[in-house]
Design a protein around this ligand. Structure first.
Ligand code: AMP
Length: 394
């Protein structure tokens, strides 16, 4: 019987599962999406043949169907050894992953106001797995935990201190699991200890964030109280003037509509008016579509400004690292971003960049570049599986 570790990643309208063997080799994956909608659907291993879900299936129902399917297909033979859950917000309570018990659940519930679209569904995933596998150790791996090392000057906003003391308003940072993986991988590639490795890590997917990591520790990051702050993203605006809320309320747009606009209708989608998909935007821009070109330009310029800003938090730098769907795959975004940074001495090698560093040990920078520039495929699921094993003492 194959022993497995299960990874559960519940998003606002989707849930992803990954099965690893005990040596952390991935064996299977599943995705259920459009949950709580009539057309809820699931797929195993990216197969085009869908798995039937009950109409309007919720997270709990979808998880049950996916586990049954894994069991029927004999990918899951008996309970897993451990289950790792991605949990978006751990507030200031969790500096690292935690074994799930009643105290952990209470602490995740306590900070749910800070991630209302995510923490409640993360808790649903935990409850569903506890019901199916009551005796299996479960572990929560937090997107925020890696950033709990930020110094106060980096995490405090210049607001009255009651905002922080009474309501926990501070920069928390997200994508921590991915940024953590980046510094582990960079250290491995350079043959250095993680504690001596310093990078600027740009995670560019549908959500985007950038982190300064000094000697293995997060010291500055672009996402803040929520995952809305910082870089331009697929549908999120990133930084805007907070005066926008008052100005738009004067134009008759209420705060909840501004919030929805900033989260769902902005970023690449808002600027281009077409799509949040960077690949499509690059194709449209190539054909001469001006709004698509503008969306790419704003995206790359904001990113370049943030790379520059992150150097203020570091005393040395081993590499600038790109990851996520855009960071790993878009030679154009890397090239256009680095073009703005010649004063820092960063230069791209056009050929290595075009191959995404695949034949050069991940390097896309020119030999003359003051600092190496790398692309590293992220693997958050692997980190969650490793953390689940570690805390379950496997
Ligand atoms: P993620 O959220 O990490 O899956 O990343 C999604 C983003 O990656 C979308 O904007 C995709 O268009 C983008 N992406 C994936 N492949 C490519 C590619 N070859 N070129 C440009 N963007 C890409």
């Amino acid at each position: 019987m194959e022993e497995t570790i299960l990874v559960v990643n519940s998003g606002s309208s989707s849930v992803k599962l990954a099965l690893f063997d005990k040596h952390h080799r991935k064996k299977a994956s599943a995705l259920a999406e459009k949950l709580n909608r009539k057309d809820a659907i699931a797929h195993i291993d990216g197969n085009s043949e869908p798995i039937e879900l009950p109409e309007g299936a919720n997270h709990q129902q979808a998880l049950q169907v996916l586990i049954e399917t894994f069991t029927q297909q004999k990918r899951l033979q008996g309970p897993p050894l451990a289950i790792g859950h991605r949990v978006v917000h751990g507030g200031e309570t969790f500096r690292e992953a935690a074994l799930i018990d009643t105290d952990t659940i209470a602490a995740i519930e306590k900070v749910s106001d800070l991630a209302p679209l995510h923490n409640p569904v993360n808790l649903v995933g935990i409850a569903a797995m506890q019901a199916l596998f009551p005796s299996v150790p479960q572990v929560a791996v937090f997107d925020t935990a890696f950033h709990q090392t930020l110094p106060e000057k980096a995490y405090r906003y210049a607001l009255p201190k009651r905002c922080y003391e009474n309501w926990g308003v501070r920069r928390y940072g997200f994508h921590g699991t991915s940024h953590y993986f980046m510094v582990q991988e960079a250290a491995r590639l350079f043959g250095k200890a993680v504690e001596k490795t310093s990078i600027i890590s740009a995670h560019l997917g549908n959500g985007c964030s950038i982190t300064a990591i000094q000697d293995g520790k997060s010291v500055d990051t672009s996402m803040g109280l929520t995952p809305l702050e910082g870089l331009v993203m697929g549908t999120r605006s990133g930084d805007v003037d907070p005066g926008l809320f008052d100005y738009l309320s004067g134009q008759g747009v209420c705060a909840s509509d501004v919030h929805a606009m900033l989260n769902n209708e902005s970023g690449l989608l808002g600027l281009s008016g077409h799509t949040n998909d960077m690949r499509t935007l690059c194709e449209l821009a190539e054909q001469g579509d001006k709004p698509s070109r503008l969306a790419i330009d704003v995206f790359c310029f904001r990113l370049a400004r943030y790379i520059g800003a992150m150097t203020a938090s570091l005393t040395h730098l081993d590499a600038v690292v790109f990851t996520g769907g855009i960071g790993e795959n878009s030679a154009e975004v890397r090239r256009e971003t680095i073009k703005h940074l010649s004063l820092l001495g960063l230069t791209i090698d056009p050929e290595l960049n075009q191959q995404h560093g695949k034949q050069s040990g991940n390097r896309v920078s020119h030999a003359d570049s003051r600092f190496p520039i790398l692309t590293i495929p992220t693997n958050e699921e692997l980190v969650i599986a490793q953390e689940a094993s570690r805390l379950a003492s496997l």
